[in-house]
Design a protein around this ligand. Structure first.
Ligand SMILES: Cc1ncc(C[n+]2csc(CCOP(=O)(O)OP(=O)(O)O)c2C)c(N)n1
Ligand SMILES: [Mg+2]
Length: 578
């Protein structure tokens, strides 16, 4: 029996790691590995139309399963195309292995046709990045790559020159095994005692909880109960902590609400748990701050802290619970929750076409002469109501992130993915493909911007070619809406934000999806219901009102004024493109 080749060792290793899907675009440098995948029954090759989509899809799988996601790009441009999706994986701490092609060994370093120095190109994005130059290296390098990807967690990039893949590895080489080691870290007793003392001294406590608390749901709720603390959730923590949580007050920041603001402003002490929420300007000032995080480098980098505790959420909160006494005054919690529920009720009313749009809405309306298009809020709410209790949602970066945050409730077994750390556009479609390939029977719903969708439009074809029955809901507002809003808030006339779109539903039908265009608000509910019930991939192109106003929990000084100035400038200069 002949020895394994480098390519076979790689594919055997992937199978042993539980990988079921490999995403990418073929190319001659990858041919030996692609051929080994073809022969390996347990691996499904999904040939995407753009490698970036493959990287996003692999990362989505990694985020949902916790095991390694795999994508491939061939020599040069094929690998360069992976970069944005890999950056997203890095910033989402998703374990992803990218296997890249390279020019033949003897040509490396000669500026050969298509040659790109992958080890340099991916240095910033990858935890491990190396080029295999001899078959004897591959088992060790694969071990290192996987260990780095799984344990940081993050991205590993292994580059394999085209003439290496078919070479035999030394006799007796077996697929590398990996270990995963995340021993729980607990802060020292002194730190915990100090935390208990600060909490004791504070009249009121507010919690800000992030995805680092994903394994500590029970402890987070116990602490909130004990301290009568309202809890602001980051968007990434929403799927874990939103459901059955009478302490949560939604999100802060630009997607935030007055309840979260009341919680942050009204607490004497801010207790941050497993969060790296980045926006400085949305942290309250003049508070005592305790930050709990397993990563010491996160502590104090967003807001100054009085006490940093390096530890995993579950053991740290358990230890803290043993030290802190109950607070009896529930007024702060009640005030924050009332502001939150009042706001949430108002949001529901936004789906009513006759609702009061407030000062900023009226300013826009005065100048923009809005039409009767569908409210994006109504669309998001309809999807929330009609989607399955175990649906996986993805959302593009843009206004759809706001609608997802506000209207889609993460009840039951729902999951949510987005580009929440990199903030890239065009992530929702490929992430949905990744999620769907894990389980073709589960409902996967993507909130796509029209700008985001068109960026990786080619991968609509992937949904059809590989029977991935994703439900793509397009918020078709004919604009790069979030940037339009930013321009207006800054007092600038709209420029460069209008999108002259085709009929996306017709386009989808040509490609082979079930495409439906919705223009009439009265047809919305039925259209959403039918789309979700359709067995195959669907694109629901909903013409939404581009002038919908979404305001954060606290309108910053000058924002309303900025709207007025922007609209007047547009009128005077007549150069708006909206
Ligand atoms: C790859 C990339 N390019 C540009 C941006 C800047 N940006 C953020 S949101 C946005 C507009 C998104 O438009 P669309 O997808 O139509 O969503 P909308 O806000 O209109 O709902 C842009 C251009 C980005 N975040 N990512
Ligand atoms: Mg748009």
């Amino acid at each position: 029996m002949s020895n394994s080749t480098v390519a076979e060792l790689i594919t055997d290793t992937l199978v042993q790691q539980g990988v079921r899907t490999v995403w990418g675009v073929v190319g001659d440098a990858l041919n030996p590995i692609i051929d080994a995948i073809r022969r390996q029954e347990e691996l499904e090759w999904i040939g995407v139309r753009h490698e970036e989509a493959g990287a996003f899809a692999a990362s989505a799988q990694a985020q949902l399963t916790g095991s390694v996601g795999v994508c491939m790009g061939t020599v040069g441009p094929g690998s360069v195309h992976l970069l944005n999706g890999l950056y997203d994986a890095k910033k989402s701490h998703a374990p992803v292995l990218a296997i890249c092609g390279q020019v033949p060994l003897a040509e490396i370093g000669t500026d050969y046709f298509q040659e790109v120095d992958n080890d340099l190109l991916f240095r910033d994005v990858a935890e491990y990045v190396r080029t295999v130059t001899a078959p004897e290296q591959v088992a060790t390098m694969l071990t290192q790559a996987l260990q780095a990807a799984l344990n940081r967690p993050g991205v590993a990039v292994l580059t394999v020159p085209g003439d290496i893949g078919d070479l035999e590895v030394p006799k007796g080489t077996s697929p590398p095994r990996t270990v995963r080691a995340h021993p729980p870290t607990v802060p020292g007793g002194d730190g915990l005692d100090e935390a208990a003392r600060l909490i004791e001294q504070a009249g009121t406590v507010t919690m800000l909880v992030g995805i680092g608390a994903r394994d500590a749901r029970a402890q987070v709720l116990d602490v909130a109960e004990r301290l009568q603390a309202p809890m602001v959730l980051t968007l990434k923590a929403k799927p874990v902590l939103e459901k059955e949580n009478r302490f949560q007050v939604g999100q802060s920041g630009l997607i935030g609400n007055p309840g979260a603001q009341a919680a942050l402003d009204g607490g004497d002490l801010l207790l941050m748990v497993g969060t790296d929420f980045p926006y400085r300007e949305w942290y309250p000032s003049g508070k005592t701050v305790i930050q709990i995080d397993a990563r010491p480098e996160h502590i104090g980098r967003r807001t100054p802290v009085d006490l940093g505790l390096v530890g995993h959420a579950m053991p740290t909160l358990t230890a803290l619970l043993a030290r802190v006494a109950a607070k009896s005054d529930g007024a702060h919690l009640a005030t924050s929750r009332d502001a939150y529920t009042e706001w949430a009720d108002r949001q529901e009313q936004l789906t009513d076409p006759d609702h009061d749009k407030g000062l900023v809405g009226r300013i826009r309306e005065r100048f923009d002469n809005p039409d009767t298009r569908i409210r994006p809020e109504a669309l998001a709410q309809a999807v929330n109501r009609l989607a399955a209790p175990d649906a996986i949602f993805t959302t593009d970066t843009g206004m759809s992130t706001v609608w997802m945050s506000r209207f889609v409730q993460m009840t039951d077994r729902r999951e949510l993915l987005g580009s929440f750390n990199l903030g890239s556009m065009a992530n929702a479609l490929p992430q949905a493909l990744g999620a769907q390939a894990l389980d073709r029977g589960r409902q996967v719903v993507a909130f796509c911007g029209d700008g985001g969708l068109s960026m990786l439009l080619g991968d609509l074809i992937t949904a059809v070619n590989y029977d991935l029955p994703v439900k793509l809901v397009v918020f078709d507002n004919g604009s790069l809406g979030m940037v339009k809003l930013e321009q207006e808030q800054g007092g600038l006339p709209n420029f460069g934000t209008a999108l002259a779109n085709p009929d996306f539903a017709a386009l989808a039908r040509v490609i082979g999806l079930h495409g439906v265009r919705v223009e009439d608000p009265d047809a919305l509910d039925d259209a959403v219901r039918d789309a979700l019930a359709h067995p195959g991939p669907v694109l629901l192109d909903v013409l939404t009102n581009p002038d919908e106003v979404s305001l954060p929990g606290k309108v910053k000084i000058g924002q309303a004024w900025g709207f007025a100035v922007a609209k007047m400038r547009e009128t005077v200069l007549s150069q708006g493109d909206s």
